[in-house]
Unconditional design. Structure first.
Length: 355
């Protein structure tokens, strides 16, 4: 698979990625290589990676607990301190080996320690491969509010190797696939159809769908690195989806959902709004709803809960001047940005989740 270049960094695939990593290390001679992992990627991914790294440099592995609840500034504090104690300097390299939590957090830590050291992402979850490790956004949550603190700063390179997916639990494979479906919805009807037809996460065909998804995201980020226009489309489903995620995090009495699951529900809500405000055909909405139903998430919210979520949507970073701005679909494959909608219609859209 050909490398994909986004502005000033490149995504490499499989063995070509590890070869390029070794070449970079040889040329730049980092004094210390820090590898950030969580307990799961330490167990499942580190043993696969280590024999591939050729270096005499000192390697320090820093392990954190897995899970979104650790993507915060307290965890950064612990990792910053450990790195300083272990002699981190501007000549160090950081490799983030994990899912989106590790790449978001590790990218932020590397961008800020010593005013910034080079870092590489090796995503090990499907969501990381097709989304989180592409595009240079990194950062942490603030309380229950997602991704409020962070910087846009690209890695030296990202290496995608679907071999890591062999140990990823099924629920997380489904979770990552939601962003791939989203890529089809915003930019490519044929890709959406291909995703719907694909059921085997470990086939060569699925690897090529991962490649295409990485390409779709990269093309959009290249056009708009700082989210002034087209990149907003990547947030399709996320205005409502992030509110669902934050709301459920604040209400531990309700069953938690994964990021992708919340986004899938957000996609339905925003597709319903697309019919009302952006002329999305009703048949296209029904097709999207049918896909959502196959996920069997069974999410439902009362009007009171939706009102609380509308408050949470006000923190969305796409908003300006306090108004909630949505990305909406005009067709499967094309979108409009900066759409304002009424609270009543948002409530109606949420009720559609259970229909
Ligand atoms: P995650 O990093 O928590 O990974 C999911 C789970 O899978 C974790 O328990 C992890 O330890 C485990 N895991 C990862 N790879 C594994 C493997 N190969 N084998 C076994 N277990 C493995 O979550 P995620 O779904 O990868 O990412 C979600 C995060 O990504 C969220 O914080 C979200 O905000 C962020 N994100 C960022 C961007 C961006 O542009 N920066 C885009 C989308 C999502």
């Amino acid at each position: 698979m050909e490398p994909i270049t986004i502005n000033n960094f490149t995504i490499y695939f499989e063995n070509q990625g590890f070869k390029t990593l070794n070449k970079w290390i040889k040329e730049h001679q980092p004094g210390t290589i820090f590898i950030l992992v969580d307990d799961k990627t330490m167990e499942n991914c580190y043993p696969y990676l280590m024999p591939k790294i050729e270096t005499t440099a000192r390697i320090e592995v820093i392990e954190i607990d897995h899970g979104e609840e650790f993507k915060n500034i307290d965890t950064c504090g612990g990792v910053w301190s450990a790195m300083v104690e272990l002699g981190c300097d501007r000549n160090s390299l950081m490799i983030n080996l994990g899912g989106g939590v590790i790449t978001d957090l590790g990218g932020f830590i590397a961008s800020t320690i010593k005013r910034g050291i080079p870092f590489m992402h090796i995503p090990t979850s499907l969501l990381g491969m097709v989304d989180a490790a592409i595009g240079g956004k990194n950062g942490v949550d603030l309380g229950n509010l997602k991704n409020q603190i962070g910087v846009i700063n690209g890695p030296v390179m990202t290496i995608i190797d679907p071999e890591f997916l062999k140990t990823l639990p099924q629920q997380h494979l489904v979770n990552g696939s939601i962003e791939m479906f989203k890529h089809g919805l915003i930019s490519d009807r044929v890709y959406w159809n291909d995703m719907k037809a694909s059921h085997n996460f470990h086939s060569d065909h699925f690897n090529s769908l991962i490649y295409q998804s990485a390409l779709i995201k990269s093309d959009i980020v290249t056009m708009d690195p700082f989210e002034k226009g087209a990149r907003k489309a990547l947030n399709y489903g996320h205005t409502a989806g992030h509110a669902i995620e934050s709301y459920l995090m604040e209400h531990p009495d309700r069953a938690a959902v994964l990021h992708g699951e919340a986004i899938a529900a957000g996609i339905v809500v925003e597709s319903y709004l697309s019919v009302q405000y952006a002329d999305l055909a009703l048949d296209s909405y029904k097709e999207i709803k049918e896909w959502y139903n196959t996920l069997q998430l069974n999410l439902s919210f009362t009007d009171k809960e939706v009102l609380e979520m509308i408050e949470l949507m006000k923190y969305d970073k796409k908003n300006t001047n306090g108004a909630i701005k949505f990305v909406l679909l005009e067709t499967i494959g094309s979108f409009v940005t900066n759409q304002e909608v009424s609270n009543e219609m948002i409530m109606e859209a949420f009720q559609e989740l259970i229909n």
